[in-house]
Write a protein that binds this ligand. Structure first.
Ligand code: PMP
Length: 472
């Protein structure tokens, strides 16, 4: 259903000629061409031929309020008319940015003292690392700089955050397989791929946290600054850690004076059935990063919240040095901030976390029901964030490449059924807008079921426009 007919032929040709599509096989794109989306309505988007798709992954995990929320449009228009562009550099400010900072310090899943705005999730994670280094330098421990992160975690596409990302596909062709110096990857809390046979969830959590502790001791705790963690690992295939994992990890990291920080870029703003993913998994962060649903995905904006142990020394050091010299032109954009304020209002007024929890039960049951299809190995979800694993494998299984092709084939078959899902490693991920109705969720699951059955029956060829996806 790639839409390239009539007046859109030129558009499609110009797309292929001129656009570099992120996370896309650009050679395959020459033949597959773009799916050009021209409008959105609720949880649906429409292509240039007016084919309808349920956006089962909210764009890139972001459109929590759907694709036509008038209150977000109104907030953007009002702010565009009042002040379309400003910034937060050199003491300048604007009302929506101040309001958003105040709300985030109140709402964040930790004792948050200050907020720094950026334009994207990658920039937020990048900036947070630099803040931690700045503070450690200020506190006279310049050697405390290493950062830990999970295998298969995703944290961004800048040099440093791609480094933090534990997906080999993010490194392939760029810096190479070796992690950047100063970054340490540890096992993902993924019971499906990493747990030993017969291991209970608690035993699994204890084993992983022990391994992290041994690695910290081997590196030297005085050299380890922070652990960056997604509460639920999205791009890894919606990895939901065992309940004991984050509480144990946090307590252990405290003993070694290593900060645990939460990348809430996917999990924030109700997705997991709680306002924050951290709350859903018992993660007590010292700092957080937010993006995507912060504005319902209607405007690019991201944020870093800092606990007092980071914020206070940062402020003092900026005084000593005559400036905190880190920031972005669009870090504090008034239009994005106004949209984010409206999105947070709607999220709270409509109690979308509760809605995600309630509908999440239907998603969980619906995904489990699909396990009768031969290629489905596991179903898991938390709130309105779920995934199906599609092949029998452990991390070392040589079949893994085939599983990925299978996932790509299902994503492509789903598109033909009028459903966008995400190829996330060996899993198909779903993450619909939080405003989805029960009927539309049922329809989403029906379309996904048809796509899975057609691939299981060999009716849909493997390899597709999603073949390239690393799982971002
Ligand atoms: N962190 C997580 C958990 C993400 O999923 C992503 C993007 N999918 C990012 C960070 C990076 O955000 P951005 O693409 O806005 O830079």
């Amino acid at each position: 259903m790639s839409a390239t007919s009539g007046a859109f032929d030129d558009l499609a040709a110009n797309d292929v000629d001129n656009l570099i599509h992120p996370f896309t096989d650009l050679v395959a794109h020459r033949t597959l061409g773009p799916t050009i989306i021209v409008r959105g309505e609720g949880v649906r988007v429409y292509d240039a031929d007016d084919n309808e798709y349920i956006e089962g992954v909210s764009g890139i995990w972001s459109a929590s309020l759907g694709f036509s929320e008038q209150r977000l449009v109104d907030a953007a228009v009002a702010q565009l008319q009042a002040l379309p562009n400003y910034h937060a550099v050199a003491h300048r400010s604007s009302p929506p940015v101040i309001e958003l900072a105040t709300r985030l310090t109140e709402l964040a899943p930790h004792d948050a003292a200050k907020v720094l705005f950026t334009g994207s999730g990658s920039e937020a994670n990048d900036a947070l690392c630099r803040v931690i280094w700045y503070v450690n330098n200020a506190q006279g421990r310049p050697e405390k700089k290493k950062v830990f992160a999970h295998d298969r975690g995703y944290h961004g596409a800048t040099v440093w955050t791609a480094g933090l990302t534990g997906l080999s596909s993010s490194h392939q062709g760029f810096e190479g397989p070796a992690p950047l110096p100063g970054i340490v990857h540890v096992a993902s809390p993924d019971a499906h791929q990493v747990a030993e046979p017969g291991e209970t969830p608690d035993e699994f959590a204890i084993r992983l946290v022990d391994a992290v502790e041994r690695r910290i001791l081997a590196e030297g705790p005085e050299t380890v600054a922070a652990f960056f963690a997604e509460p639920v690992l999205g791009a890894a295939g919606v990895v939901i850690p065992p309940p004991a994992y984050y509480p144990l990890l946090g307590a252990m990291l405290d003993c070694h004076d290593v900060l645990l920080v939460a990348d809430e870029v996917i999990t924030g703003f109700g997705r997991t059935g709680r306002l924050w993913g951290s709350e859903a998994v018992g993660l007590a962060p010292a700092a957080c990063t937010f993006a995507k649903a912060i504005s319902g995905g209607f405007a690019p904006i991201a944020a870093v919240t800092l606990g007092p142990q980071l914020a206070e020394p940062l402020v003092e050091q900026s005084g000593a040095l005559g400036g905190f010299n880190l920031g972005f032109t669009f870090g504090g954009h008034p239009v994005s901030a106004a949209v984010a304020n409206a999105a947070i209002d709607l999220t709270l007024q409509r109690d979308l976390p509760r809605r995600a929890a309630e509908l999440g039960r239907a998603l969980s049951v619906g995904l489990r029901d699909l396990m009768d299809i031969s290629i489905v190995q596991e179903a898991r979800s938390v709130g309105l964030l779920g995934a199906l694993d599609l092949a029998p494998r452990r991390a070392t299984d040589p079949e893994i490449a085939d599983a990925r092709r299978l996932v790509a084939a299902v994503a492509s078959a789903a598109e033909a059924e009028g459903l966008f899902v995400r190829a996330a490693g060996t899993a198909v991920a779903v993450c619909p807008p939080l405003v989805i109705t029960a009927d539309d969720l049922e329809e989403l699951l029906a379309r996904l079921g048809r796509a899975l059955r057609s691939v299981a029956a060999g009716a849909h060829s493997q390899g597709s426009r999603d073949d390239d996806l690393a799982g971002r």
